[in-house]
Design a protein. Structure first.
Length: 380
């Protein structure tokens, strides 16, 4: 693809190692892992190996990794399973107002079924505190769901501190973390975070779309998501998608190998982008710096973000106006920050990867300069 891609929080290009692993799995190791013959046995051994590679990337035991189709599936399953597991203890859930829709929508569905959900509000910088969790915690709280890295702001939420709050309070609430934007972007292990459940997605780390995983703490017994032939230790039946599993494992292994270098490079790019915007784009404003190295929310103040996105796209510069899952709807994340209307209307998200370059940033800056010169400011 020609052009300058700065929308890696929406999806990432599949890296060569992942694509090659998928092709090999589909053309050479294509047996059904449940089959009793040699082809099946080899496929089953491969699934075991791939699970181990993903577990190594997460820093957990292989038996704590269950493969899913995506991060959204993992989030939905975690929330539903936690609600079912805790229904005899209570019906109170704590989450944040800036979670991904994959968390907010199942929570809203549970509200319609009689559960009560507390939505913690961020401050102007997009931060949530563990104190807010402590103040919202009740004897009937059965679940806290908190993302590790916000997908639109890049803020890092206090998941580990929240785990300590739950422990100190003697709460039996489970702790789920949407780790989709955090995995291979900020260092962590599930044990360090103190979580019971954690979701990841392949297409955010240069694997194909259609593959994800969920960490389930050893000893935690949750209801199966799909019942059938007993695959995934009986938790998610269905013949394993071996091509996608191979690609996910390869992407994790490749990402781990250069992780420290990649994180430093992305942090450098983020700082370079902030410096260039400040010096070269008068109407450009950094909304939140955040702690994650790969996400930078900005605003072309006084201009409509959707118009700017199309304008830049025509110039071969690809960014977003927020989460791709909003599909043109106003961002609930930016709304939660209570930004001035002109800043919110012009909100844009830049997101980087290991293969983003300074030339990509320069092309963006030139595009924003041209947008200021050629587009009409918003009257709102």
């Amino acid at each position: 693809m020609t052009g300058h891609y700065l929308d890696n929080a929406a999806t990432t290009p599949v890296r060569a190692e992942a694509a090659q692993a998928a092709v090999k799995a589909m053309t050479e190791e294509w047996g059904n892992p449940s089959a009793r013959h040699a082809l099946g046995s080899r496929a089953a051994e491969q699934v075991k190996q791939w699970r181990g590679e993903v577990a190594a990337g997460l820093g957990c035991m292989p038996e704590e990794v269950v493969f899913t189709s995506c991060g959204t599936e993992s989030d939905n399953w975690a929330i539903r399973a936690a609600a079912e597991l805790g229904k005899r203890k209570g019906k109170h859930i704590i989450t944040t107002a800036i979670e991904h829709a994959a968390v907010l929508e199942p929570c809203r569905a549970l509200e319609r079924e009689g559960y009560e959900v507390t939505y913690l509000q961020p401050d102007r910088s997009g931060n949530i505190t563990a104190r807010q969790v402590k103040e919202a915690l009740r004897p009937d709280t059965i679940l806290v769901s908190m993302m590790l890295v916000n997908n639109e702001l890049g803020t890092i939420l206090p998941v580990a501190e929240t785990a300590r709050v739950l422990k100190e309070a003697g709460s039996g609430a489970l702790l789920h973390c949407d780790g989709v934007q955090g995995f291979l972007k900020v260092p962590f292990t599930p044990r360090q975070l103190g979580v019971d459940l954690l979701s990841i997605s392949g297409h955010k780390i240069h694997a194909p779309k259609g593959i994800g995983a969920m960490y389930i703490r050893k000893g935690l017994k949750i209801s199966p998501l799909i019942r059938g032939g007993g695959q995934e230790n009986g938790l998610r039946s269905g013949t394993e998608a071996t091509g996608q599993l191979a690609a996910l494992a390869a992407a994790v292994t490749a990402g781990r190998a250069t992780l420290e270098r990649d994180l430093a490079a992305m942090a450098d790019l983020k700082q370079y982008a902030m410096d260039r915007l400040k010096s070269a784009v008068p109407q450009g404003k950094v909304l939140v710096e955040g702690g994650a190295p790969h996400i930078l929310p900005i605003s072309l103040v006084g201009y409509k973000s959707e118009v700017v996105v199309r304008f830049l796209s025509d110039r071969g510069v690809y960014i977003s106006s927020g989460s791709a899952c909003h599909k043109g709807k106003p961002s609930h994340v930016y709304a939660a920050l209570k930004l001035p209307k002109k800043e919110q209307d012009g909100a844009l998200r830049l997101s980087f990867s290991y293969d983003t370059t300074r030339e990509d940033i320069d092309a963006l800056v030139e595009g924003l300069q041209a947008a200021q010169a050629q587009l009409f400011p918003s009257m709102s």
